[in-house]
Design a protein. Sequence first.
Length: 158
Amino acid sequence: MTDIINTILDKPLPKGKIRPISRRILRLYFLGKTVNEIAEETGEKRESIWARLRSPAIQREIKRLDRLADNQVLRVDLASRRKIKEVALAAVNKLVETLETGSSNEQFKAAVKLLEWAHGKPRQQLDVAVGPRDEMTDNDRKELDEGLKEDVQNKARG
């Protein structure tokens, strides 16, 4: 967030309307400094800092900078969401690849993860133990199929 604020504050402020000391106070204010810290850093009195921050010109500038910061935050948020979608699709592709080429244990785990991704985690879990050397029995497959069907039906009902 500090990077966003610095980016906003690096843009030129309207000249002539805001004096240099007010610009410095505004910068420190937007960086999260308290009035006491601003007063200490600038050598101004606290009352002077409060008066400057309450002036109409500074209030307009605070609103303008708030809007710029909000827009910048939205841009960062959208870029993050795009990146998350890309990574999620790559993960799903890897699961599909494992489903097609992995061992039976890896295929089972990939199938479960894909179903969780598509339908959410089931409310109840099946206790089906498949070890690296164990193959699924017909009974295990039947229990798994019944559990998955039930989960899909529950998901469809809402």
